[in-house]
Design a protein around this ligand. Structure first.
Ligand SMILES: Cc1cc2nc3c(=O)[nH]c(=O)nc-3n(C[C@H](O)[C@H](O)[C@H](O)COP(=O)(O)OP(=O)(O)OC[C@H]3O[C@@H](n4cnc5c(N)ncnc54)[C@H](O)[C@@H]3O)c2cc1C
Ligand code: SF4
Length: 331
């Protein structure tokens, strides 16, 4: 039996200091990922520190300049239902509504969501199969195993897992920032830099260190955020992680694209921004499907499928195109 000590705090300074000093302590918010990991013995902290009573961290605010600030303890369901989020940041609301189940969304926090760990079955399996993310140095069972759900971009021989968060894909496309308070300072991390590629250290999902507490996610307002959409393809219609997903955001002059932003989920160890496609889409007509397809395909030149997931290359391009069209109709 694994014994856990549980404590609660309403003091962020003490929470950060406790986490910085104690490598066996984990923050717990909704517990919907962490408790599953503990049951699967993929995480075995000795102490849990409940952060749900930290002040001001469950707020959802539209700032005077129109930017959105979502406290890390805001629940997924509250963010998805928020009028300002639905009206001005629809991709964020849609990504949350397509995720998990109603009960989970009521419990799960935004901070916990972007911290959730991969759904790679080998990582969550208790049978002791090699997994570098779970046991560094043991190998990667998915590399030549069952890898239908795994990455087509940016993977390394050490790990081919994908990031499972839906809303992270929307945040990446909308140029959000993660506000983090550490032992010495508060800093604001561009979303694209928050999650890591696996490289040779797949046990590290993101750039946070000991004592780092996510306090909020900030999403800047822009014409693109208003005309945004999140589209998710999965093996069943509800209660399922993305096989492939896309977040698109568009600013247009009439039907001509002024600027476009695209990010994919289910294809890499982090939300995967299609920067080359975004550049190629500038000036294209939203009615010229061949031009849109051709621009999106530019970003797939460096796709590297595994044995069981080559289908994701075509699927991801179709999902990106459809998300772009729907976002374009809102522009
Ligand atoms: C059956 C099932 C289906 C799901 N389907 C989806 C889906 O389709 N799409 C999707 O996106 N997600 C899905 N999820 C994941 C779910 O959204 C996450 O479990 C949830 O968002 C995690 O939030 P939490 O508050 O429960 O985090 P917790 O489980 O409490 O914490 C998760 C991790 O985040 C850390 N943490 C939490 N808050 C902070 C903070 N403020 N600062 C620093 N670290 C912090 C914890 O220490 C822990 O390591 C699913 C989960 C389940 C169980
Ligand atoms: S893909 Fe990553 S998480 Fe999955 S078995 Fe390989 S090392 Fe582990």
């Amino acid at each position: 039996m694994h014994v856990l000590a549980f404590a609660r705090t309403d003091d962020p300074v003490k929470a950060i200091a406790a986490h910085a000093q104690d490598p066996q302590l984990a923050f717990i918010a909704g517990g919907t990922d962490l408790l599953g990991l503990i049951k699967a013995r993929a995480a075995l902290p000795e102490r849990l520190l409940d952060i749900n009573h930290l002040p001001e961290m469950a707020r959802i605010d539209t700032l005077p300049n129109g930017d959105l600030r979502i406290g890390a303890l805001a629940r997924m369901s509250d963010v998805a239902a928020h009028g300002g989020v639905r009206a001005h940041f629809p991709a964020v609301a849609e990504a949350l509504l397509f995720a998990a189940s109603g009960q989970l969304r009521n419990m799960a926090s935004i901070g916990g969501n972007i911290m959730q760990r991969t759904r790679c079955a080998y990582f969550r399996d208790e049978d002791g199969l090699p997994c570098n993310k779970r046991r560094p140095g043991s190998g990667c069972s998915a590399l030549h195993g069952i890898n239908r759900n795994h990455a087509i971009f940016g993977w390394s021989d050490a790990c081919v897992a994908t990031n499972a968060s839906d809303v992270a894909v929307a945040f990446a496309a909308l140029d959000a920032r993660v506000v983090v308070r550490g032992p010495n300072e508060e800093r604001s991390i561009p979303f694209a830099d928050f999650h890591r590629l696996a490289g040779d250290a797949p046990e590290r999902d993101n750039v946070l260190g000991r004592g780092d507490l996510i306090v909020a996610i900030e999403v800047p307002a822009s014409p693109e955020t208003h005309a945004s959409h999140y589209l998710k393809v999965r093996d069943r219609q509800s209660y399922e992680f993305a096989l492939v997903s896309a977040a698109a955001a568009v600013a247009a002059d009439g039907r001509r694209i002024r600027s476009a932003r695209l990010a994919l989920g289910g294809v890499a160890h982090k939300p995967w921004r299609l920067t080359e496609a975004e550049a190629a889409l500038g000036g294209a007509s939203l009615d010229d499907l061949d031009a849109l397809r051709s621009a999106i395909s530019v970003s797939f030149a460096d796709a590297r499928p595994l044995a069981h997931n080559a289908f994701k290359i075509e699927l991801a391009q179709r999902v990106a195109l459809r998300a772009l069209q729907i976002a374009g109709a809102r522009a």
